[in-house]
Design a protein around this ligand. Structure first.
Ligand code: NAD
Length: 293
């Protein structure tokens, strides 16, 4: 078993982006600028956004955090999105999900200018990705592809099973893994909460990508010997022994599954850290106008 070490790979990617930023600026380019909108007081969202902002500082981006209270209306949020769309100093921005229930995430996502949609959630970017056109690929799938590339994992002709069909992970991941390029060329099965015989399907996976949000759901009996296992899940589970009062759990029972796998991501220290790299890479592309001229 080999560990797909998100900490080491993401540190490497960040140092590469930092050099690219320095080169871009010394060639006369503007410092890339990422803005983030945070609505409400969700603890996990606070942590994710803080980590994104910290990463921007590390690699030489400008960052701006716009905070809104939990009672913010959809109209007020749309106004903030419009103002970032128009702000020529901001290259890309994200609206941290989830949003409070009274705000439609789809409405907000569609309001973001697709050329600044560095999370890759706008229908134009999703559509362009499906057609194999240049697009911002959403950050988590991008991070997973990068892990496969850097570990030199063969994907062509493999059976890739994705658990979960969410707009931000499962669905884009399934599309990317079947593309006619590397990483890709897999035969893909996408599974979800209504799938029958999930365990039997997973047992045929050469590459298993798990994103369902149920801690330690996947156990060794789901795994074919030598499978590559990518655990996207991040759930906070109460743990009195931790200072924070909670532990972070993946969707895979690591101790059980690791001995059967050829490569596996840990949680924490796996896909989560790679997600930030996806966002930073997209922001650099936005600053250099690589996708939208
Ligand atoms: P989601 O809730 O939007 O979707 C969950 C999916 O899992 C659904 O498609 C559902 O059909 C499927 N599902 C639920 N129960 C199932 C079951 N018993 N069998 C098979 N499929 C089932 O979730 P999401 O936004 O894709 O997130 C999934 C997990 O990944 C969460 O733990 C989330 O916190 C985590 N996540 C991590 C990152 C990261 O950067 N590592 C990014 C996004 C999400």
């Amino acid at each position: 078993m080999q560990l797909l070490d998100g900490k080491a790979i993401s540190a490497q990617i960040k140092s590469e982006i930092k050099i690219e930023v320095e080169n871009w600026i010394s060639a006369g380019g503007k410092k890339p600028h990422l803005a983030a909108i945070l609505v409400g007081e969700d603890g996990a969202s606070e942590t994710y956004v803080a980590s994104k902002i910290r990463s921007c500082e590390e690699i030489g981006f400008t960052s701006t955090l716009l905070r809104f209270g939990p009672e913010t209306t959809e109209a007020e949020l749309l106004e903030a999105v419009e103002s970032l769309n128009k702000n020529s100093d901001v290259d890309g921005f994200i609206v941290q999900l989830p949003l409070p229930k009274h705000i439609s995430e789809n409405t907000i996502m569609e309001a973001v200018d697709s050329s600044k949609d560095v999370d890759g959630f706008h229908p134009i970017n999703v559509g362009r990705m499906c057609k194999g056109l240049p697009a911002y690929i959403s950050a988590t799938p991008f991070g997973i592809l990068e892990m496969l590339i850097r570990a030199g994992i063969e994907t062509s002709g493999k059976h890739c099973v994705v658990i979960g069909r969410s707009q931000i992970v499962g669905l884009p991941m399934s599309i990317l893994m079947q593309r006619n390029e590397y990483p890709g060329n897999c035969t893909v099965t996408i599974t979800h909460s209504k799938t029958k015989n999930l365990k039997e399907i997973c047992q045929t996976a050469d590459i298993l990508i798990v994103a369902l949000g149920r801690p330690e759901f996947v156990t060794a009996d789901y795994i074919k010997d030598g499978a590559v296992v990518i655990d996207v899940g991040i759930t906070r589970v109460k743990d009195a022994s931790k200072k924070s009062g909670f532990a972070i759990k993946g969707d895979v029972n690591f101790a059980d599954v690791a001995p059967k796998s050829s490569f596996i991501t840990p949680v924490p220290g796996g896909v989560g850290l790679m997600t930030i790299c996806g966002l930073l890479t997209n922001t650099l592309k936005a600053a250099r106008k690589e996708i939208y001229k």
